[in-house]
Design a protein around this ligand. Structure first.
Ligand code: SAM
Length: 276
């Protein structure tokens, strides 16, 4: 087979690592624009790949830290940025690094993220200390779920858990032809700003996620049944908790906002404690 000139002198794209390299200049510029980088900013890029987005970020940021898992791409990237001392290349799985510690201060986050771990990466990025803002290129379907409002078909655990922590805005669809090799689905640019007033506190995050995931496992059931099932409560205890949270016991999980899930979480231990 004839080699694509874009691959010349480079390690082959590894599907296993979600390597679909962006080649469309308008999309690359758009992602960098959406992040609104100032010359004093520290930017972390997840998965720089062959450096197409990295070039744009490096031109705008005061400091750019890139994190790439593919050891074959590390020498390529180090050579490409050898003359730009404000750019560093870390070889690592991004999920193994505390991004706030890597930045050592306020930072922005960018990534055309590998689709096989999009959701873990987004939630990893939302652990404290959080970026000031982030831009990700993700599958269109993930973006639709991330921004879905209560009651819509796409609304689910991802929507609630993310909207509890961040304001999420879609910034445009990207077609497969913008990549080499092309993925099989459309992508979407997603802008995230961690909320200054998160719906849940740091201590509540794990229990909140558990409650939300368990509730959406029963998304068609009424909340009275959901609360009874996920917390092993009696019908009376479930009703009391829902009343305390100001939630109709006959409503369904798919209609509750992140704030309502938080209110429900807070009413549950109180009810159990009152009974014991
Ligand atoms: N940013 C480049 C671009 O836009 O052309 C590459 C994007 S490609 C979709 C995803 C990149 O993330 C690849 O370079 C891949 O090797 C890297 N990657 C995959 N899994 C990773 C992980 N767990 N940690 C860090 N980088 C990862």
């Amino acid at each position: 087979m004839k080699m694509d000139p874009r691959d010349r002198g480079l390690p082959p794209a590894r599907k296993r690592l979600g390597q679909h390299f962006l080649t469309d200049t308008r999309t690359l510029d758009r992602i960098a624009d959406v992040l609104e980088i100032r010359k004093t900013d520290t930017v972390i890029e997840i998965g720089p790949g062959r450096g197409a987005l990295t070039d744009r970020l490096a031109a705008r940021a005061g400091r750019l830290i890139t994190i790439e898992i593919d050891k074959l791409l590390i020498p390529v990237l180090r050579a490409r940025y050898a003359t730009q001392p404000h750019v560093s290349v870390i070889e690592s799985d991004v999920l193994d690094l505390a991004l706030g510690d890597v930045a050592g201060g306020p930072y922005l986050l960018a990534g055309n993220v590998p689709y096989y771990i999009t959701t873990p990466i987004i939630f990893h990025a939302m652990t404290r200390p959080r970026p000031e803002r982030a831009v990700f290129l993700v599958q269109r379907e993930v973006a639709e779920r991330a921004v879905a409002p209560p009651g819509s078909r796409e609304y689910g655990a991802l929507s609630v858990n993310l909207q509890a922590l961040a304001t999420v805005t879609p910034k445009g669809i990207v077609k497969p032809t913008a990549f080499h090799p092309p993925p099989s689905v459309d992508s979407s640019i997603l802008h995230l700003v961690p909320r200054a007033d998160p719906v849940i506190s740091m201590d509540e995050e794990a229990a909140f996620r558990k409650l939300v995931i368990a509730s959406f496992g029963l998304r068609r059931k009424q909340l009275r049944r959901v609360v009874r099932t996920v917390r092993g409560l009696s019908a009376e205890q479930a009703d009391a908790a829902l009343e305390m949270a100001g939630i109709d016991p006959e409503a369904r999980p798919e209609t509750l906002s992140a704030a309502q899930f938080a209110a429900l979480l807070r009413s549950l231990p109180a009810i159990v404690a009152d009974e014991t």
